[in-house]
Design a protein around this ligand. Structure first.
Ligand SMILES: *[C@@H]1O[C@H](CO)[C@@H](O)[C@H](O)[C@H]1NC(C)=O
Ligand SMILES: *[C@@H]1O[C@H](CO)[C@@H](O)[C@H](O)[C@H]1NC(C)=O
Ligand SMILES: *[C@@H]1O[C@H](CO)[C@@H](O)[C@H](O)[C@H]1NC(C)=O
Ligand SMILES: *[C@@H]1O[C@H](CO)[C@@H](O)[C@H](O)[C@H]1NC(C)=O
Ligand SMILES: CC(=O)N[C@H]1CO[C@H](CO)[C@@H](O)[C@@H]1O
Length: 420
């Protein structure tokens, strides 16, 4: 998801979710540099709690609009959904091509709590209780109405509805599908790219897909590397962590999760050779596999990709001050309360360490957010339908090498068009 395999779609406001790969990273910002259709900000007064009849607090939510291609007055409006990261503008990508072709206006709404759309000045757990996909969908609905009304006012008309179409990838892809499900009267259809619509507690398929994508030789080298690392961690953990410039990751699970994610990123973003080539070569030459892996992690994942090692540190995730890496805490909160997608090691043949298990994730949720915080994935799937989502006019696209596709909808539903 997140864009995975061969960089399917890089919408910037989002979605490069998670392995947990912290959203702000150089790869994506490099790709988008100077490539915005617009980054001029607008603000909208959004309701904080859409589900309370007596709480009328509001917060400022950021959005963007691009009207150069708009066929006034009746062209379509494309809404690009912001996901689990700051939204710094409307990226000039394939959506721009479609907008030009269809004479569409393009608007994009930043997801609540991320970037500058923060309702509170502290991210204490108590303040996060309005951070959920359900509130986010309602934000989109309220914004859509506000924008349509403003447009009508500008054009001296009332009661007119332009055709709206929603776009999103990864987590925002799930929002795109769920929006069409919950608010079918507000959009003609949705593109749900690599959309993680299925909440999964023990997401073992994730690691299995990495094994498949790696191929036998690279997979074996990765597994051997994990084994050596586990042994070294038990005997001289301090030196091993220092070797990876990850001294702060004192909890073994944090460290092992960081190392697992580092491998994932090569496959998820379509660069398997960056990892597999040096590792397989080291193995053939009888060189130290941990050396080769550490070099990849430091040079590729940390330096080029721009990951902040601290974002794997639970001590850091507990910090409630808002900073440029707040997305990590915010996304973990969503994971820990709604959707899980815990990327645990499968019981057999796994690549990541078996210490990255369900207990590790549940402990993290409680340690970072407080006692009793855990995701009720059954409730989430009951609410949205999981892969049995009963919406219409939703286009699901997915990438064959994308480990996230196993939380997405990979086969079409029986034809429902006669019902709508
Ligand atoms: C991103 O840009 C920086 C600075 O120009 C460069 O050092 C880095 O290698 C780039 N990263 C990628 C993944 O291209
Ligand atoms: C949003 O709320 C603020 C503070 O209540 C108010 O000053 C401002 O005019 C509102 N903006 C809009 C567009 O309604
Ligand atoms: C809208 O109506 C007002 C008042 O009738 C008029 O002054 C204005 O020019 C109109 N604007 C447009 C865009 O037609
Ligand atoms: C474990 O994985 C190996 C390799 O994929 C496979 O051959 C074997 O059948 C699996 N064993 C079990 C118990 O699933
Ligand atoms: C690789 C993969 O999973 N492809 C699937 C993506 O989704 C379409 C439509 O649902 C399927 O037909 C593909 O097989």
């Amino acid at each position: 998801m997140k864009a995975a395999s061969s960089l399917l779609f890089l919408f910037l406001c989002f979605s490069y979710v998670f392995a947990f790969i912290p959203p702000r990273n150089l790869l994506l910002s490099n790709l988008s540099q100077g490539k915005f259709l617009t980054n001029q900000e607008f603000w909208f007064n959004q309701t904080l709690d859409h589900f309370s009849p007596y709480d009328h607090r509001e917060f400022r939510q950021r959005y963007y609009e691009f009207l150069d291609y708009f066929r006034i007055p009746n062209g379509p409006i494309f809404l690009v959904i912001g996901g689990e990261g700051p939204c710094n503008g409307i990226v000039n990508d394939y959506i721009a091509v479609l907008a030009k072709k269809f004479g569409a206006a393009v608007v994009s709404l930043e997801h609540r709590y991320y970037g500058l759309s923060t309702p509170f000045d502290s991210l204490a757990t108590e303040n996060l209780k309005y951070l959920s996909s359900k509130q986010a969908l309602f934000d989109l609905a309220a914004f859509r109405q506000y924008y349509q009304d403003s447009l009508n006012a500008k054009l001296n008309r009332t009661e007119v509805e332009n055709p709206w179409f929603f776009f999103g990838g990864s987590y925002a892809g799930a929002l795109s599908a769920w929006f069409r499900l919950k608010f079918p009267h507000l959009t003609c259809g949705s593109l749900a790219s690599s959309a993680v619509v299925l909440a999964v507690q023990d997401f073992t398929e994730f690691d299995q897909q990495i094994g498949e994508s790696a191929g036998a030789e690279c997979k074996a080298a990765l597994q051997e590397t994990t084994q050596i690392i586990e042994t070294k961690l038990a005997t001289d953990g301090k030196a091993l962590r220092a070797f990876f410039n990850a001294d702060d990751l004192e909890i073994d699970g944090d460290f092992l999760y960081f190392l697992a994610d580092a491998a994932v990123i090569a496959f998820q973003y379509g660069n398997p050779d960056k990892l597999c080539k040096p590792l397989v070569e080291a193995k053939k030459a009888g060189d130290d596999l941990v050396d080769a892996y550490a070099k990849y992690v430091k040079q590729y994942y940390v330096e080029s990709f721009g990951v902040n090692v601290q974002t794997y540190d639970q001590k850091y995730l507990k910090k409630t001050a808002i900073n440029e890496d707040s997305s990590s805490r915010l996304w973990w909160f969503q994971v820990c309360t709604e959707v899980a997608y815990f990327q645990v090691a499968p019981s057999n043949d796994s690549i990541r360490s078996s210490k990255v298990d369900t207990k590790y994730h549940l402990d993290l949720c409680e340690n970072v957010f407080g006692d009793g915080v855990f995701p009720d994935v059954d409730a989430t799937n009951l609410y949205y339908g999981g892969t049995k989502i009963a919406g219409s006019k939703i286009i699901f696209s997915n990438g064959s090498q994308d480990p996230w596709r196993h939380a997405s909808k990979q086969s079409p539903s029986p034809d429902r068009t006669h019902q709508h």
